[in-house]
Design a protein around this ligand. Structure first.
Ligand SMILES: [Mn+2]
Length: 440
């Protein structure tokens, strides 16, 4: 990037007014407000000033919702004041969460709303002596909008001006109530790029005009993992466009897998093994300019161990401690520990038997994907049958009144994992009672 570049800092879903979920209360962690969207937005504003960007653009869901309007507006105002003092303009489109709030806030000044009332409007960022960039946007008129915003076509890109689309929409989800658009529709506009809000998983910035999601500015819960932050677009004098994601979210969620299969003392050493795995994961996720304050870790323990019950007990104390540990210049905490370890056993040998442990061992082998299972002629067909049975059991539970409101479909992999965990739990119980019987 040269001194002649025009730079715009793009910000995805902020949901100001919300606080990150699942952060434990702890004296050693920064205050919750320092880890959430408000703090991420403040950092973004300061960074925009430091970089001397020409504009900041917000892709909707700036403020979370009616209940958080006061808090959200106040957090928004703090960042807007920082940018206003530096003379940096802020443009925005409204998302499904802030159809009413954002136009109101824009009315009070500090933000230029693009595409009010479901129209397409544009603004030109044209700093003297540098390339002009046109920003075209559309705002949600209502919380639900089941048509494509491109049903009314956006303005064509003027020749010689890099044109970027800013839109809160559901990409390639036909029938979505949240402004469904297709990648083909967006590509047909001939814009140099489309920056999208709505989905919170950050996409990969693309130089080829392919649309991508900016992602939430800050991971709002443990499912919003990995690096979050604004995306800096630079347009050079030759019209060349480049992107860079700035890792400014103060809190980063990571999923860490720890395989205890090779550990000599998985029970006694569980804490140091965990600290080590967490520290390595945090360092691996960090680039040179990382400024993460805290890492929230969802830990999954795996592998074959001699005493699964003892590992479970040790894992419980680990989770209870809600350990805070130094990692990558920041602090890490365990949000959740799930134990997927299982009995160390020669399954193939056990599966030779026709006794209950043998029958369970065959099921475990099949669910793990073995092509030949003792006593079974066609392992693949049997696996399909076991999966169908497991899916039926899950479907029965889903039909219960309490769960009917959960519309998240359960995937095959999740069903397979659950079926395996159940099979292993049953195996352990049979094994314990068998050993108990032989002793007494
Ligand atoms: Mn959102």
């Amino acid at each position: 990037m040269s001194a002649r570049d025009t730079q715009i800092l793009f910000v995805g879903d902020m949901h100001l007014g919300r606080l990150p979920a699942r952060v434990p209360a702890s004296d050693t962690l920064p205050q919750l407000a320092e880890l959430g969207p408000g703090a991420a937005w403040r950092r973004t504003a300061h960074e925009a000033v430091r970089l001397g960007v020409d504009a900041v653009a917000l892709a909707g869901d700036v403020v979370h919702g009616a209940g958080d309007t006061f808090e959200g507006a106040s957090e928004l105002g703090t960042g807007l004041a920082i940018l206003a003092r530096a003379g940096i303009p802020v443009l925005a489109v409204a998302g499904n969460h802030d159809t009413r709030v954002l136009p109101d806030l824009a009315h009070h000044g500090g933000i230029t709303l693009l595409g009010p009332e479901g129209t397409w409007t544009f603004a030109d960022i044209a700093p003297p002596g540098r390339p002009a960039v046109r920003l075209v946007g559309w705002s949600f008129p209502r919380p639900h909008w089941p048509e494509s915003p491109l049903a009314a076509p956006p303005p064509p890109p003027p020749p010689g001006i890099v044109t970027l689309g800013l839109l809160h929409a559901d990409l390639d989800v036909p029938g979505s109530p949240y402004a469904p658009v297709t990648g083909a529709e967006l590509a047909a506009t001939g814009y140099a790029g489309w920056l999208l809000g709505h989905v919170h998983t950050p996409g990969l910035p693309s130089g080829t005009g392919r649309p991508f999601y900016l992602g939430s500015l800050c991971g709002l819960d443990p499912t919003e993992t990995d690096v979050h932050g604004p995306v800096l677009a630079s347009v050079g004098g030759d019209g060349q466009l480049s992107w860079r994601r700035l890792p400014l979210a103060p809190l980063r969620w990571l999923s860490v897998d720890l395989d205890l299969g090779a550990a000599k003392e998985p029970v006694a050493d569980l804490e140091p093994l965990t600290f080590d795995a967490v520290a390595r994961a945090c360092v691996a996720s960090c680039g040179a300019d990382d400024a993460t304050l805290a890492f929230g870790i969802r830990l999954a323990l795996r592998g074959a161990v001699d005493d699964p019950a003892a590992v479970r007990a040790a894992a419980e104390t680990l989770a209870e401690k809600s350990a805070t540990m130094p990692a990558a210049g920041a602090i890490a905490f365990l949000e959740k520990v799930s134990v997927g370890t299982h009995q160390r056993v020669d399954l193939r040998q056990v599966a030779q038997g026709d006794d209950p442990p043998g029958l369970i061992a065959r099921r475990i082998l099949a669910l793990e994907g073995a092509d030949d299972v003792p006593g079974i002629a066609d392992a693949a067909a049997w696996r399909a049958q076991l999966m169908a049975e497991a899916r039926r059991a899950v479907t029965d539970v889903d039909q219960l009144a309490h769960y009917r409101c959960l519309d998240e479909p359960v995937g095959d992999e999740e069903i397979r994992r659950e079926a395996l965990a159940t099979a292993w739990a049953l195996y352990e119980r049979l094994d314990r009672s068998r050993k108990g019987a032989s002793c007494g």
